[in-house]
Design a protein around this ligand. Structure first.
Ligand SMILES: [Zn+2]
Length: 170
């Protein structure tokens, strides 16, 4: 079993782990913090992309597990524009997740990275499922073939990172 190096131990500092044991109160606290934090980061990705595409985008609303970014485009987005705006949310979650994952292997950051991968990123790539970001990209003309490649590529990347950590020797 691989050992995670704890350079900065935020979990210990915040009382989520005490003397090597995980505190259930700490986990309850994280379960309140992680979903809105991940959702907000995801929505910020949509905001940045919409602004780059020349649209007005307003402060995202976060309803704990769900988020929405109000926007207004003076001209309708092209299929590619739609795909960029839609995929920017999950890809922002992936980007922040990767930074958290590789930043000195702190256990708490890695826990948040996993949450971002499996909540803010991967589920939104399932283009066959109504309501996901990828679904909206495909509905507006993005190729299901590429949507499938992005979905599978994302899954392989995340599985590879986790497998390296839990299956490889130090
Ligand atoms: Zn989204």
């Amino acid at each position: 079993m691989a050992k995670t190096k704890l350079v900065h131990n935020y979990a210990e500092k915040l009382g989520i782990r005490k003397k090597g044991k995980v505190s259930i109160l700490g986990i309850l606290f994280l379960a309140l913090i992680f979903p809105p934090a991940a959702t907000y980061l995801h929505e910020i990705g949509h905001v940045i992309a919409l602004k780059l595409l020349g649209c007005e985008a307003y402060t995202p609303t976060v309803y704990f597990y769900f988020g929405a970014t109000p926007y207004n485009c003076s001209e309708p987005l092209s299929p590619l524009g739609w795909a960029i705006a839609a995929y920017a949310g999950p890809f922002m979650a992936l980007l922040v997740g990767l930074l958290a994952w590789f930043y000195n292997k702190d256990s708490l950051l890695r826990l948040f990275a996993l949450f971002l991968f499996f909540y803010g990123f991967l589920p939104n790539l399932v283009w066959q499922m109504k309501g996901t970001d990828a679904y909206y990209a495909v509905v507006h003309g993005f190729s299901p073939f590429y949507a499938q490649i992005i979905m599978y590529g994302g899954l392989v990347l995340v599985l590879y990172l986790v497998a390296k950590e839990v299956m490889e020797d130090e």
